[in-house]
Design a protein around this ligand. Structure first.
Ligand code: FAD
Length: 383
């Protein structure tokens, strides 16, 4: 793929990531799918290899690496072997939960929570969505009420990535129903807090190894010290952090599209029908040519967004475009990939089949693609 995004340091880092993936990911993919869970040892191994918590400052045990291209390399190497569930778990930790902590945690909280994100001992989750509110987050029902030195949380969340394993959950809750967008706050609920429980592992179309779950909060009393940032700023914090979440999803989509197109090209160069390689039929060839072009053009946009993120200039609108465009393209590439593998494309032993079921969520979570269009549309109509 044409890209000048990386330099020598990233390529050296890639060797280390590839070593981790070949040793600690590939041999376990089937078991993780069967268990509907990725074991903690994988997180700890990733921590030992220096793949987690890259932006955590040295003072809290991390490398303080703010160059997002290193995360990009991790995403690429995971996509190369089709480990989408691991991709989404790592991304939730590093692109989302950690991002909130780095932006809003105070000194005491940083000391308490950041080191575990580097070692892999802490798995984090972000709990915004509820049974009756996903796109429309202002409609959530979970409440947090101040009571002396504590906050008391009541409500339930659903579809929460890493919900079963999470040691630390950032909960988006309503703190003042009369304050509009200023009526929401973020709280950290830790594993073992009385009243905090988890439902079943949700049975999903794809991403089988991802422990997506429902979470329940019944009079969960947490100390005042577990409020993240300021009371009433929760909604604003979401708006600030969602661009990185969306860029992360856009990159995951891009690198998955690149990987699947590669597998598909390998296949159509080998498989024969009517005395020739199936890739020589023009019907397949024109589609492959279109997809290759789209993937390369898309990569240029994604690379630009990564550079802008590094420079601190990536806008929410451009992040929405990256998520919208790359996930739609991923869907097109994988659909063609399944088709061009013929019957084998429908067999789960072929990575393209697993990619097919795993990729469908990409257009739904992190804000649906309709919501991405809304964000872009609003920007177009600005006075
Ligand atoms: C596997 C998985 C993992 C997830 N992980 C997490 C997580 O870790 N944390 C978390 O908080 N959430 C998570 N989610 C939830 C996810 O972000 C939501 O499902 C998503 O935002 C959509 O919300 P919803 O399901 O309530 O759909 P709804 O909001 O009910 O939407 C239904 C349909 O209406 C459309 N729609 C809604 N509003 C508009 C509008 N204004 N304009 C046009 N169309 C609109 C939507 O695009 C969609 O097509 C996850 C979901 C899944 C399936």
């Amino acid at each position: 793929m044409q890209s000048d995004l990386f330099d020598r340091d990233h390529e050296l880092f890639r060797e280390s990531v590839r070593g981790f993936v070949d040793k600690h990911v590939v041999p376990h993919l089937e078991k993780w799918d069967a268990d509907r869970l990725i074991d903690r040892e994988t997180w700890l191994a990733a921590g030992r290899q220096g793949l987690l918590g890259l932006p955590v400052p040295e003072a809290y045990g991390g490398p303080g690496e703010l160059d997002y291209r290193f995360r990009f390399v991790i995403q690429q190497e995971i996509a190369r072997v089709g480990a989408s569930a691991l991709q989404s778990g790592f991304s939730t930790n590093d692109d989302i939960v950690l991002n909130y902590l780095l932006r809003h945690a105070n000194e005491e909280q940083r000391q308490r929570w950041l080191p575990g994100f580097v070692t892999g001992e802490t798995i984090g989750a972000i709990a915004m969505s509820e049974p009756a509110a996903g796109s429309d987050l202002r409609a959530i029902q979970t409440t947090a009420v101040a009571d002396g030195d504590t906050w008391v949380i009541n409500g339930s969340k659903t579809f929460i990535t890493s919900g079963i394993l999470a040691d630390l959950v950032i909960v988006f809750a309503k703190t003042d129903s009369a304050a509009g967008s200023r009526g929401f706050s973020l709280f950290v609920v830790e594993d073992g807090t009385p009243g905090f429980s988890r439902g079943r592992k949700l049975d999903k179309l794809g991403l089988h190894a991802q422990d997506t779950a429902e979470l329940f909060f019944e009079d969960v009393r947490i100390p005042k010290e577990n409020l993240l940032g300021e009371v009433g700023s929760g909604f604003a914090y979401l708006m600030q952090s969602l661009p990185l979440e969306r860029l992360g999803i856009g990159i995951a989509a891009q690198v998955s599209a690149e990987a699947v197109l590669g597998w598909t090209l390998d296949y159509v160069k080998e498989r024969t029908a009517f005395g020739k390689r199936v890739g020589e039929f023009q019907g397949l060839g024109f589609t492959l040519a279109e997809l290759q072009t789209a993937v390369e053009v898309s990569r240029a946009y994604i690379d630009r967004c990564v550079r802008e993120h590094n420079a601190g200039t990536l806008t929410a609108v451009d992040a929405a475009k990256a998520k919208l465009w790359a996930t739609e393209l991923q869907g097109r590439v994988i659909d063609a990939g399944v088709q061009f593998h013929g019957g084998y494309g429908y067999m789960m032993e072929y990575p393209v089949a697993k990619a097919y079921i795993d990729a469908r969520i990409q257009r739904i979570y992190g804000g649906t693609n309709e919501i991405m269009k809304e964000i872009i549309h609003r920007d177009l109509m600005k006075a």
